[in-house]
Design a protein around this ligand. Structure first.
Ligand code: FHN
Length: 592
């Protein structure tokens, strides 16, 4: 069958006005194949999102009534998983949680007002989490806040209106696969009263119609946040994803399933050391330990950590989706409220260094982070100083541009600058304007010109590529390579993921043959990896050094650098031969 263009379903009038501003689908013999937007369409759609940089995530459900507790039991996991972890029957969950959900203190305007005060530009809330309970007046399932609780109000409707009134972008989180209440949903293997039906019936009878309702009855929806993808049939994927065609320019994340990368990559709880290349991305993170309100959760991140996380993520070009957990009363704990207000105070003075900025043009900065805004005539650099230098000197390593202006964002105090071989030095006042992060603005003219400040060659031409100068390429999730320290010496550790790799960028001044030496510790009998340089690579197999703490310097091989210049060296695990190792440094020793 010749491919033919087909828009989304449902209302042709609505859809006709959405022409070409969102994903289109071409119907082919094998079913749906989504045609990605053009890069220009994608960039235009993401423009507000890439300006926002900061959003509020909200995990709120009937689990909040008991703060994750069930008849005295406190499951180990995040509170919204209580039904699963405590293997609670649907009947008991109804009695203990659903029937008691009555958040009479909930005030949508005040709630959205707090997000706005914190400097957040968008809000994503759990419309339905894995427990299957709809926090909106679902028309296809009575298992919802309007029909099944004493509260009887459509929380999603109230929040959608409050966000619209206050200029905050609004989005839904929807657990499209896991559903511990519907007999066709994934995940409930403990309640024997559940008479299972097919997953496709769950998609047809609940997920797809609820998604469609959320995307047609709650006004403009800017984000759809899928979660915990599982293998699904192509029909199921297409049925769920086609719902998003109902909202012009809606942004979706990467968690519908492997077929749909979505518009941006998500990281969870941890900030990647390096930004993913060529992708928009967001870190979601609970302000405390649990996503949903958990009575026993006192693990609130400090305001310093929260502000520095926001800065760190923005300096890598990503967004921070900070999660809060309303209680069964519909309010936030004071620990959360006070942190959000404090972040708002910081943003009141410094938000220009976050909103609409792009990633730092520098490598690692000893004193903090940098964001930037590029213009036709030049670039504005925002220097986020975590550690105020005692000598009052702030080095912008390798910067060659002419500096037009430098000042403190807090009070516009002009600052002296000096250009030197190592870069530009900004002279700072003795006292930092802000105890957590002080921002220095440096405006430079012309196209950014920054000399690589990777590892510098030593006098004998040799080079040390240390752990803390490595660019780490991790996959998302907990199996990350981590920069760790033992006895004050950094090493790359926890390298459990054979798809994770590291790389150094450096400059060779003296061409010639170099011996490659590595200082490393191997616990397993042996491990295999490759050294990769442009145009050449060498496979290595090393034997145990006796343990993760037993570092040995091993000669790996000889490499030729035919001419002086910039190079990159990668260390990549050899699939099926890899065993984790700790790596302190690689030395390139020039051979006489
Ligand atoms: O299982 C969920 C979890 O409860 C929470 O919603 C997080 C938020 O990103 N997502 C899943 C775990 O990755």
């Amino acid at each position: 069958m010749a491919a033919r263009l087909r828009m989304g379903l449902v209302d042709c009038g609505l859809l006709c006005t959405l022409l070409c501003s969102f994903l289109m689908a071409a119907e082919t013999d094998s079913g749906w194949t989504y045609i990605k937007e053009t890069p220009e369409q994608h960039a235009a759609k993401m423009q507000w999102w890439n300006t926002a940089r900061f959003g509020m995530f909200v995990h709120w459900g009937v689990y909040s009534v008991t703060g994750g507790e069930f008849r005295g039991q406190m499951p180990t996991n995040s509170a919204e998983w209580m039904m699963n972890k405590a293997r609670i029957s649907i009947a008991d969950y109804k009695v203990e949680n659903v029937d008691k959900f009555n958040p009479t203190d909930f005030d949508a305007s005040a709630f959205v007002g707090l997000a706005k005060e914190a400097g957040m530009k968008y809000l994503v809330i759990t419309a339905k989490h894995h427990d299957g309970f709809a926090m909106f007046g679902s028309k296809c399932s009575p298992y919802n806040v309007v029909d099944a609780t004493p509260f009887k109000r459509d929380i999603m409707k109230e929040l959608a209106e409050a966000c619209h009134d206050q200029g905050i972008r609004f989005g839904f989180y929807y657990s499209q696969c896991q559903d511990w209440h519907h007999p066709g949903g994934i995940g409930n293997n403990w309640d024997k009263t559940l008479k299972h039906v097919s997953f496709d019936e769950y998609v047809r009878d609940k997920a797809a119609p609820e998604i469609k309702q959320l995307l047609t009855e709650y006004g403009p929806i800017s984000i759809f946040w899928w979660d915990t993808p599982r293998d699904m049939s192509k029909e199921a994927f297409d049925s769920l994803h086609s719902g998003t065609d109902l909202q012009p320019g809606i942004i979706t994340n990467d968690r519908l399933g492997k077929e749909y990368p979505g518009d941006y990559k998500t990281f969870e709880r941890n900030i990647p050391r390096q930004a993913p290349v060529g992708q928009d991305w967001e870190v979601c993170m609970p302000i405390s330990g649990s996503w949903g309100y958990k009575k026993s959760d006192t693990n609130f991140k400090s305001t310093e950590t929260l502000i520095r996380n926001l800065v760190d993520i923005a300096s890598k070009g990503g967004n921070y989706l900070l999660n809060v957990s309303p209680t069964g009363q519909g309010i936030l704990l004071p620990q959360a409220t006070e942190r959000l207000k404090a972040m708002g105070q910081w943003m009141k003075i410094n938000s220009e260094s976050i909103y609409g900025t792009t990633a730092s043009p520098f490598g690692k900065l000893a004193w903090g982070r940098c964001t930037k805004k590029e213009f036709a005539r030049g670039t504005t650099l925002y220097l986020h100083v975590f550690d105020w230098p005692k000598d009052g000197k702030l080095l912008l390593p390798g910067l060659r541009n002419k500096v037009e202006q430098a000042y403190l964002i807090a009070d516009w105090q002009a600052l002296k600058i000096q250009s030197q071989d190592s870069g530009v030095v900004v002279s700072l006042p003795e006292k930092a304007p802000d105890d957590i992060v002080s921002v220095v603005v440096v405006k430079v003219s012309g196209v950014l010109d920054i000399e690589s400040t990777g590892p510098a060659p030593q006098k004998d031409g040799s080079l040390v590529l240390s752990a803390d100068m490595a660019n780490v390429h991790n996959n998302e999730g907990s199996r990350d390579i981590r920069l760790q320290q033992n006895d004050g010496i950094s090493h790359l550790g926890y390298w459990t993921d054979e798809e994770a790799w590291v790389e150094w960028s450096f400059k060779i001044d003296k061409p010639g043959a170099y011996e490659v030496l590595a200082e490393l510790a191997i616990e397993a009998d042996k491990t295999g990896f490759r050294l990769v340089l442009p145009g050449q690579q060498k496979s290595m197999e090393l034997t145990s050094t006796g343990g993760y703490g037993n570092y040995v310097t091993k000669s790996l091989c000889k490499l030729n650098f035919d001419k002086a210049g910039e190079y990159t060296l990668q260390i990549r695990p050899e699939p099926d031969h890899w065993q984790p190792m700790n790596l302190r440094q690689v030395e390139l020793k020039l051979q006489e």
